[in-house]
Design a protein around this ligand. Structure first.
Ligand code: SIN
Length: 495
């Protein structure tokens, strides 16, 4: 039986495993536990053109427009046509997407969608409901949890496996495989304001980059407009579905911030995030006014629990304090429509991959759909691969673990937010790269670093790739390059 190693236990990794388990010997390796992934945190749902008034062509048009036509058209066509088939299969298998009182599927709305086409499950806890449902279908798959990937193993121009070790201090070990699938998510923890799970630290991108695998579109990081913001810190996502249900972005004077922008509060995310950032830079506070949303706690139980946990008096004043933060990486490991990377037998699926589906700015709720589609397509390609005879796993020589000459994680995150954030300037990007140049994160032996140091080294490498591409890439979608002399943002906030 072919051996397949999947690195990452979120929706993409688990769905690929489900589709491969009958024909392959599948192992999922995760740095955390089974419940630690961005998929588990996803609040907004899964977009699929299943409503009779909707069509894949309309979904395709919205995806391309939000992505500023930087998308790969074939990848978008695959997403909007294969996606609904896979969602139908999940429905038939019993996936409990939310329904109307009459039993029909309930479709929500989010930014830049022209139709209500977002399916949710368990209100705003769609990612957890869907990922657990898919995990519940795993039968013969081996889980290796709390284990990090250190390096890809290559021979004869192919990927032959992965060097892994248990966190925090296991011995490095080679796991050989006929195919390796990167499903590690993005790099949200490069920033101090992020919606991402703490385990999402650019590991897959760094693994690929160190192995010379091609990357693409690294300048395009999506900043979500609404993270819960309290005392200068962020405490998770406030889903865009709340704006889809009628909430409005306002400042401390209740001025509707998006009133003069086309599509208003439901403009594409990059537009809203920049507009809010410009407003905030003028000294305003930012809030989501939920007074128009009926039965808020019932429709948004996950957000309600988070607000209650942090004692936010939203029931009294109907305001949620928010600010933009890092959410999703459009760029990543270059992959074709079947997830094949530039290294034979290495696949990339879900957020770690850049298959071109999201363009310069991902359309809301397309990521869970892409997890399913990219995983299914990679599974089909892996099923067709000829088997190799994998070498037996071997233990690598022991090395002395050290911290390396690296910045403190908090310092890196603060600089990344300032210099690689919603707005960037050429001078800031150059300053960032010059500062980064003093650290040792490139020519390193990952096995010689502690887990904490390797995390920082991986994020340093990702940040270099973002800054370098951002300098070369004119403004587009989520990447906004402001002229250094330009004091004000290109969007002038209007009351
Ligand atoms: C949200 O719920 O606002 C996020 C959904 C997404 O990123 O697709």
């Amino acid at each position: 039986m072919k051996k397949v190693l999947i690195i990452g236990g979120g929706l993409a990794g688990c769905y690929a495993a489900v589709r491969l388990q009958a024909t392959c010997d599948v192992t999922i390796v995760t740095k955390g536990g089974r419940e630690e992934s961005n998929s588990m945190l996803a609040q907004g749902g899964i977009a699929a053109a299943l409503d009779p008034g909707d069509s894949p062509a309309a979904h395709e048009a919205d995806t391309l427009k939000a992505g500023v036509y930087h998308n790969r058209k074939k990848a978008v066509a695959q997403l909007v046509t294969v996606g609904p088939q896979l969602v139908r299969e999940l429905l038939q298998a019993g996936m409990p997407f939310d329904r109307q009182p009459d039993g029909t599927l309930s479709f929500g709305l989010e930014g830049a969608h022209r139709h209500r086409r977002i399916l949710h499950a368990d209100g705003d806890r769609t990612g957890a409901a869907l990922t657990r449902f898919v995990q519940g279908r795993l039968q013969t798959v081996t889980w290796v949890t709390h284990t990090e990937a250190l390096a890809l193993v290559q021979a004869d121009g192919e990927c032959r496996g992965v060097v892994v070790r248990q966190v925090p201090d296991g011995q490095p070990q080679v796991l050989a495989a006929d195919a390796v699938v990167l499903a590690t998510g993005g790099l949200g923890n490069l920033y101090d304001f992020t919606t991402n799970d703490h385990t999402v630290t650019g590991d897959g991108i760094a693994l690929a980059a160190r192995a010379g695998v091609a990357l693409q579109d690294m300048a395009f990081v999506q900043f979500h407009p609404t993270l819960l913001a309290l005392h200068g810190r962020c405490y998770g996502l406030i889903t865009e579905a709340i704006r889809g249900a009628g909430a409005v972005l306002v400042d401390e004077c209740h001025t509707p911030i998006m009133a003069n922008v086309p599509q208003k509060d439901l403009a594409p995310r990059d537009v809203v995030a920049r507009h809010l950032t410009a407003w905030q830079a003028q000294g305003h506070q930012l809030f989501l006014d939920i007074s128009a949303v009926a039965n808020f706690p019932e429709h948004f139980p996950g957000v309600t629990a988070n607000l209650d946990r942090h004692h936010v008096p939203f029931r009294r004043d109907h305001l949620i304090p928010i600010q933009p933060g890092a959410h999703f990486m459009m760029g990543g490991v270059q992959a074709d429509l079947a997830g094949q990377t530039s290294l034979p037998r290495l696949f990339a699926i879900g957020e770690v991959a850049c298959n071109g589906v999201h363009g310069a700015n991902r359309l809301a709720s397309n990521s869970l759909l892409d997890c399913l589609v990219s995983a299914a397509k990679a599974a089909d390609a892996i099923a067709k691969l000829p088997a190799r005879t994998p070498e037996p796993g071997q233990t690598l020589p022991q090395v002395t673990l050290g911290p390396g000459h690296l910045p403190a994680l908090a310092t890196l995150q603060q600089r990344a937010w300032r210099e690689l954030g919603v707005e960037r300037t050429p001078v800031q990007l150059q300053d960032f790269l010059q500062w980064l140049g003093q650290f040792d994160y490139r020519e390193i032996n990952p096995a010689a670093l502690t887990t904490a140091a390797l995390t920082v080294a991986n994020l340093c490498l990702c940040s270099e790739l973002i800054a370098t591409q951002a300098l070369a890439q004119p403004s587009l979608g989520a990447h906004y390059l402001k002229e250094d002399a330009d004091e004000s943002s290109f969007i002038t906030p209007k009351a």
